[in-house]
Design a protein around this ligand. Structure first.
Ligand SMILES: C[S@@+](CC[C@H](N)C(=O)[O-])C[C@H]1O[C@@H](n2cnc3c(N)ncnc32)[C@H](O)[C@@H]1O
Ligand SMILES: [Zn+2]
Length: 287
């Protein structure tokens, strides 16, 4: 007999129910009848058919929709992020060595490919949790990657108990450092990825004449205000765009949200051979 996605996920969440906190009243929750998480005050959250649980206090519509996440999954599975993922995996592996059943949380996980790769390559028993406010990302993640806890949730108010997480991943997503510090175990780490000046520069050039994206504050400086033993590493490479990937690349990034269909058509017709990946990985320890 095959176990349904929902049942598989209910068992996984049930085994880890002690991690959860009610998003409404902040008390403990437990798995009931392999179908819903219920808090001590009876707030109840059903598991969806694909096994994710929606713990966002209210529903949000975001510009991150189904087609964007499909495009993102296609680009990410093409090897686009491989050198970055290799780096993230080695950081996480080194940190969790010797920890019994480490807990990994990806805050702003999107369609879940990065967390799934990292979780599956750890080679030890670990708990993976991916949260994102965009429901379509979590739906896609839960369809593609069983064995991980997927939840629609706000990274600024995460539905988890204090001091339970060993590693927080935060890749190209907004952050809430007070919340990250609340969730991290003593000695736990945050691994954050931010864009550097050359990231997707060919796309920026095609759509905006190459004006560099200017961050208002230095992300490393801001990160260092909240975490100890901060180390950073810049990863830069050119990725060859095989046939058909340019359309997905254009579709997956907020960079092109304001571009008209006509300009998108022109860029597609002109084609693009390579795209620059230029990212900074920042790692720091809980204070
Ligand atoms: C550029 S995407 C990156 C997704 C994924 N980490 C990746 O690298 O493919 C940014 C993500 O942050 C999520 N996000 C933005 N604000 C959020 C919030 N307050 N709570 C949770 N997720 C949020 C978006 O829904 C989106 O999936
Ligand atoms: Zn409650």
């Amino acid at each position: 007999m095959t176990v349904s996605k929902k049942m598989q996920s209910a068992q996984l969440i049930g085994m880890n129910e002690g991690l959860f906190n009610c998003p409404i009243c902040s008390v403990r929750m437990g798995m009931v009848e392999y179908s819903r998480l219920v808090c001590e005050n009876m707030h109840s959250f059903d598991l969806a058919k694909t096994g994710y649980v929606n713990l966002a206090p209210q529903s949000h519509t975001t510009k991150y929709d189904k087609s964007l996440f499909e495009a993102r999954a296609k680009v990410m599975s093409s090897g686009f992020f491989e050198p970055v993922l290799d780096k993230l995996i080695s950081i996480v592996k080194e940190h969790v060595e010797g920890i019994d059943r480490p807990v990994l949380l990806d805050a702003g996980c999107g369609e879940g490919t990065h967390l799934s790769s990292i979780h599956s390559q750890l080679q030890i028993e670990s708990v993976g949790i991916g949260i994102d406010l965009a429901k379509e990302g979590i739906v896609a993640a839960s369809k593609s990657y069983p064995g991980i806890i997927w939840s629609v949730a706000d990274l600024a108010a995460m539905p988890f108990q204090d001091e339970q997480i060993d590693v927080i991943l935060n890749v190209l997503s907004p952050a809430n450092y007070a919340e990250f510090n609340r969730l991290l175990e003593r000695g736990g780490i945050v691994v954050k990825v931010v864009p550097e000046s050359g990231y997707l520069q060919e796309l920026r050039k095609a759509f905006y004449g190459g004006k560099p994206h200017k961050e208002e504050t230095d992300p490393v400086e801001r990160f260092s205000e909240h975490f100890d033993d901060v180390v950073t590493d810049r990863i830069t490479y050119a990725f060859t765009l095989l046939e058909g990937l340019l359309a997905s690349l254009i579709q997956m990034t907020p960079l092109t949200w304001n571009a008209g269909d006509e300009r998108i058509g022109q860029v597609l017709a002109e084609g693009m051979k390579e795209i620059t990946i230029d990212l900074r990985v920042i790692v720091g320890k809980r204070r």
